[in-house]
Design a protein around this ligand. Structure first.
Ligand code: RIB
Ligand code: CA
Length: 338
């Protein structure tokens, strides 16, 4: 019996070693919290096409770009398009902690997914609520083992932290698409949409003390589509390339007009690219505060980039990125899908 146990243990160790050796990095346990959303879907496809680096434990959905029923349907669609119906989707908060809900149908369309025809995915939602899933999973997780990619308003994680503060024990780090400092806002002159949609939730997450990285507009507005980059994706000649080309063709139009840019950002996919190839990006540890006072700075993120106030540097703020490197990575991973 002892011999058998030793044999099983060495087989398990060998498989972990193989995974690490072949890919050079330990597979990261990941929960993706998201409000799909055009760029969220691109992020989900990128993540689900990268199983050797990202072990996606679950997708948890939140209201944001559109209402919860549609963000949850769109998460199930992305899972289906990626051929990853093994990953459960849990629906979470239908509204922010405090403020009145806002949505972005003007950008993402009524269905929350521009440029493609949506349908009811074959596989349904997992049983249970996303907040309960976060609490149960993070309570039981090995110490600091689970990464959370936050691609929408941070309401689900905030509710979980309020109900069960001890879940920080299971969190390795939280990587947030959100905020803006040098760039200015995209929903108001000072605020980025995800923060504006629920600044109180972002304050709860910030106050929890988890290891926190922000991927703000400061960097996503430097990683823009172009005709050549969209052609690069279309040339993949597969379903995923066609979907992403169709989505981005529509999605980037509003930003290109509003900012007078030659292309548009793919905000949420930049979070996944950071997890896959951090060497494509640069930034620094800063003190971050989030404004939730009513008025023109509601939802603003103030990143003390030069350390002027000498306060605690509680967030890693990503400020620059290799745009072509991002699109090469995205194309390379989408090529793996059908
Ligand atoms: O401001 C951009 C962010 O808000 C992205 O996550 C987009 O999907 C919306 O949620
Ligand atoms: Ca989003």
């Amino acid at each position: 019996m002892l011999y058998l146990k030793r044999l099983i243990r060495s087989a398990m160790l060998l498989s972990i070693l193989a995974a690490t050796t072949v890919y050079g990095a330990q597979t990261r346990d990941l929960i993706i919290d998201t409000d799909p959303g055009a760029d969220d879907v691109v992020a989900l496809l990128l993540a689900l096409a990268s199983p050797e680096e990202l072990n996606v434990l679950a997708i948890t959905t939140v209201a944001g770009n559109v209402r919860l029923d549609k963000t949850s349907r769109n998460a199930r669609l992305a899972r289906e398009w990626a051929g990853r119906e093994d990953v459960p989707v849990y629906a979470g908060a239908p509204k922010p902690l405090v403020r009145t809900p806002i949505y972005a149908e003007n950008i993402h369309g009524q269905e929350g997914l521009p440029g493609v025809t949506v349908h009811e995915p074959a596989k349904g939602l997992a049983e249970g609520d996303a907040v309960d899933y976060l609490i149960n999973t993070l309570r039981k997780a090995s110490p600091h083992s689970v990464t959370i990619a936050m691609l929408g308003p941070q309401t689900n994680l905030a509710l979980a932290l309020i109900q069960a503060p001890e879940i920080t024990q299971g969190i390795k780090e939280v990587v947030v698409m959100g905020g803006a400092h040098f760039n200015g806002g995209n929903i108001t002159p000072t605020a980025e949409f995800n923060l504006f949609a629920d600044p109180h939730a972002a304050q709860v997450v910030l106050a929890s003390g988890v290891k926190l990285t922000y991927v703000p507009l400061d960097v996503t507005h430097k990683i823009l589509t172009s005709e050549q980059r969209l052609k690069q994706i279309e040339a993949l000649n597969n379903g995923a390339g066609k979907l992403v080309k169709g989505i981005l063709d529509e999605y980037v139009k509003a930003d290109m007009v509003h900012y007078g840019l030659p292309g548009g950002p793919v905000h949420d996919a930049s979070v996944i690219a950071w997890l896959l190839k951090p060497e494509l990006f640069s930034g620094r540890q800063v003190n971050l505060v989030i404004d939730s006072r009513d008025g023109p700075t509601f939802g603003q993120t103030i990143a003390d980039w030069y350390g002027t106030l000498g306060h605690d540097k509680n967030v890693f703020w990503v400020e620059n990125g290799d745009a072509q490197g991002f699109f090469d990575l995205l194309s390379q991973r989408l090529a793996r899908l059908k």
